[in-house]
Design a binder for this molecule. Structure first.
Ligand SMILES: [Zn+2]
Length: 326
């Protein structure tokens, strides 16, 4: 999976996913499933969790009354074993993009007759990684969908999807839930203490499943040393070159994501900052967002990091560490 948020296999359905899945189940029961669906929402809200449960429900031969997969029929067993012939997964293969050959292969598979389940289901993630040719080819498939084929697209960044593609899909959006309720859910589910829950939510833009993954994978100490290293660069107690060498072996999206979180937090608490300081921080923030996209193609990470750290030395003064600010 390309989704960096790992979901515990035995996780009970979170309170904000439950009603969305129930609604979808009713659509299956009433035979009103759209042939293309687009799942949107911030990363870590549970889009993949919802998408996988939707796929299971579509394939199941003995749906429960509430429209959930039974978990014990022939189709459910195939799906659990990863061998269901009517279930397809499309994600970037060997590169950062989903390419036209993958869409062609999928179209060929979809012309074959369904063998087990009432629907033939494709899960495509993340949809913003479709390159232009692949998106055009997919659009053609969506214009003339094979009977009983359902395509579920999962997107983290909908602004990067062609409008024509979006207009072909029925949208299911996972909105943010009230902060206090999410916080309590995290404390109970992880489980963890209140302080750790607050940091995990702040680092992960309040996205509950990303925060859960952050707590359960023991990322907090790593985040703290990341933050301390950046602050030491500002006070010349850490050599940027050494830091770059450490970073090249680490997950680049995580590093940039954490940096973004630090800047975002500073933006909320910069009442004392001077206007030019605020402007510089905003510029740097935009640069980090661009870097995230650059990292989807092969790049020299060391050069990227070096130049970001040079910029950071001019920008970061006065930024408070997120792990001690509340
Ligand atoms: Zn079943």
């Amino acid at each position: 999976m390309t989704d960096p948020v790992s979901i515990p296999a035995d996780l009970a359905l979170p309170f904000w996913i439950d009603p969305l899945l129930a609604q979808f189940g009713q659509r299956i029961i009433n035979d009103r499933v759209a042939h293309a669906l687009l799942l949107t929402g911030t990363q870590g809200q549970g889009k993949m969790l919802l998408a996988c449960r939707m796929v299971n429900a579509l394939l199941c031969l003995d749906l429960t009354e509430s429209g959930l997969a039974c978990g014990s029929c022939r189709a459910c067993h195939y799906q659990q074993a990863g061998t269901h012939p009517d279930s397809h997964l499309l994600q970037p293969e060997g590169s950062e993009q989903i390419k036209i050959d993958q869409i062609r292969a999928l179209s060929a598979r979809m012309t074959q007759t369904r063998s087990v389940s009432p629907y033939q289901v494709t899960l495509l993630t993340p949809a913003e990684r479709l390159n232009r040719n692949a998106a055009n080819a997919l659009l053609k498939t969506l214009e003339e969908p094979p009977p009983n084929a359902v395509m579920i697209l999962v997107a983290n960044q909908t602004d990067r999807l062609p409008a024509t593609l979006k207009s072909r899909c029925q949208r299911i959006h996972i909105s943010s839930s009230p902060t206090a309720r999410v916080r309590q859910w995290l404390i109970d589910t992880a489980p963890c203490n209140e302080a750790d829950a607050d940091v995990a939510l702040r680092v992960n833009q309040q996205a509950p499943l990303a925060a859960l993954s952050f707590v359960t994978s023991q990322s907090l100490p790593r985040y703290q040393s990341f933050e301390q290293d950046l602050l030491k660069v500002l006070s010349a107690r850490q050599d940027p070159v050494t830091l770059v060498q450490e970073w090249v072996d680490q997950d680049a999206q995580e590093i940039i994501g954490w940096w973004v979180a630090m800047l975002r937090n500073a933006a909320w608490s910069q009442v004392d900052a001077l206007p030019e300081q605020v402007a510089r921080r905003h510029q740097f923030y935009q640069r980090l967002l661009q870097t995230r996209r650059l990292l989807e193609s092969p790049v020299r990470k060391d050069q990227l990091y070096e130049s970001l750290l040079i910029d950071w030395q001019k920008t970061g003064q006065g930024i408070e560490p997120l792990t001690q600010s509340g």
